[in-house]
Write a protein that binds this ligand. Structure first.
Ligand SMILES: Cc1cc2nc3c(=O)[nH]c(=O)nc-3n(C[C@H](O)[C@H](O)[C@H](O)COP(=O)(O)OP(=O)(O)OC[C@H]3O[C@@H](n4cnc5c(N)ncnc54)[C@H](O)[C@@H]3O)c2cc1C
Length: 446
């Protein structure tokens, strides 16, 4: 008799994982704590409830990385995408849905599947045997959070994210910025030049502080605490504490020499650090923020060198339970210390309905294949699915790991194409063409 696959959490990731595994011929039990145990954001007992916006974002599969993920999930018979298509609402280029009909339909399709059982129960430990996928999301129940922390260590499980904006490297003006670590610290040339520095004179700094103070800020959701951790204060909160605070914190100008103007001492310096192994993305160090997205782009483009910056993601601080996947998971999303357990969805450090469902799709297929004694080929890194799983299970910097949306900065460059804004359309088309071919080829081998 084949082993049962247990899936904890019937949200975006758990629902998709269950569907994929069941369609491969594996019996699945979904353990979903709602409606018996609630969260501050969920309103119903339905599976795949959308807790906030009713949008799956851009549906453009040629020029947008999330649209490409839609395409890959549709071609893998993804439950979340095909159900979303059935309940689509007019939304221009975006895929928006009727959230109630969508979640009711996902729930009905899973409950009607002959290989799926749904139990309304909270799971609060990590079992030693059986095959399990934990897809309990950003609002994982406290009891389970504690069990995960015991297994992984306190450092490896976060209850809040503190996201600094991430910039595409090729959109930074290097005629103003330069690479240097403070005091040239580091054993190797790579370490001595690990940071990208953007200098400000006094006037630029003062204007920047004024803009920070005046910017529109987002409120915390009900149920999130407005208390901040030491060491991850939003930059606008730091600037409210005094106009010089940032100059003594993340923007201190010491230990750095601007090779473009070696005789001029910068009044403040904004530092960016590499965010992925490919070197295509840089995060602005210490710039976690609750500013609204529109305000962020305006304010951050005041930084010399970032006037034309393209952002792979903007900053934020949210209630969000996630593990340090780059250190804890293997390439198959298994917990290294307990390989009978996989993680999927937002708890792995991806962010968004689509990315979470995508990681559920992969976890479901990988777990089902293991149960069936089949070996799946490695997920192709040049597909959107592959770029994401590769990022969370190894490509991301483990020390500064924060949740990530899918974006083209996670993709390996296509050789011979023009960089910068001008080449963007051709470059994105080349990424999406390559991804579709690789993904189709992978699916054919599964
Ligand atoms: C307040 C808030 C607003 C958000 N807004 C958006 C948005 O607008 N757009 C967007 O794309 N993303 C948004 N997100 C992120 C969104 O939650 C995720 O993108 C997506 O829902 C994650 O999918 P998931 O399957 O990983 O988690 P979820 O969809 O949250 O599913 C996890 C499931 O696990 C269950 N569960 C938790 N603990 C246990 C347990 N111990 N035992 C059994 N079941 C358990 C939960 O009840 C839940 O059903 C928001 C998140 C929050 C918290």
């Amino acid at each position: 008799m084949t082993q049962v696959l247990h899936i904890v959490g019937g949200g975006m990731a758990g629902s998709e994982a269950a569907w994929q595994a069941a369609e491969m011929g594996v019996d699945v039990v979904i353990h979903e704590m709602r409606p018996n145990v609630g969260t501050f954001a969920h309103q119903t007992g339905n599976l795949a409830e959308m807790v906030c916006s009713n949008s799956f974002r851009s549906d453009d599969d040629e020029q947008n990385a999330v649209g490409l993920l839609h395409w890959e999930m549709r071609s893998a018979n993804g439950l979340i995408m095909t159900t979303a298509d059935a309940h689509r609402l007019p939304a221009g280029g975006a895929l928006a849905v009727d959230r109630d009909l969508f979640a009711e339909d996902v729930t009905a399709r899973l409950r009607a599947h002959p290989r799926v059982t749904v139990t309304d129960e909270e799971v609060s430990s990590l079992p030693d045997d059986g095959q399990w996928i934990f897809a309990t999301g950003p609002l994982t129940s406290p009891a389970l959070g504690q069990a995960i922390q015991v297994e992984t260590g306190a450092e490896a499980l976060a209850f809040f994210d503190a996201i600094a904006p991430i910039v595409y490297a090729d959109s930074i003006d290097m005629s103003q910025a330069w690479m240097q670590s403070r005091y040239d610290k580091g054993e190797t040339e790579e370490e001595r030049t690990a940071y990208l520095n953007c200098p400000m004179d006094r006037d630029q700094y003062e204007a920047f502080i004024d803009a920070l103070l005046a910017a529109d800020k987002a409120e915390f959701h009900e149920g999130e605490t407005a208390g901040y951790f030491d060491g991850c204060l939003p930059i606008e909160v730091m600037s409210e504490r005094g106009r010089e605070t940032l100059r003594h914190g993340p923007m201190k100008p010491v230990g750095l020499t601007n090779p473009h103007q070696p005789d001029v001492k910068a009044h403040a310096v904004v530092q960016l650090r590499r965010d992925n192994a490919l070197g295509t993305l840089f995060n602005i160090v210490g710039f976690q923020t609750k500013m609204k997205y529109g305000a962020q782009t305006e304010v951050f483009r005041m930084i010399p060198g970032l006037e034309n910056a393209s952002f792979a993601r903007l900053g934020g601080i949210h209630r969000n339970t996630f593990i340090n996947s780059p250190t804890l998971l293997d390439a198959q999303m298994r917990l290294k210390s307990k390989p009978n357990i996989r993680f999927a969805g937002q708890i792995t450090g991806v962010e968004g309905y689509v990315e979470s469902a995508a990681m559920g799709l992969l976890a479901g297929r990988l777990a089902a294949a293991e149960i069936l004694g089949r070996e799946l080929p490695e997920v192709p890194q040049d597909s959107a699915m592959g770029a994401l799983i590769h990022h969370i299970t190894g490509g991301a910097e483990a020390k500064t790991f924060q949740p990530m949306n899918v974006n083209f900065g996670l993709f390996r460059p296509v050789e011979g194409l023009k960089g910068g804004r001008r080449g963007r359309k051709d470059r994105y088309k080349a990424y999406t063409d390559r991804a579709k071919a690789e993904w189709t080829n992978w699916l054919a081998q599964c």
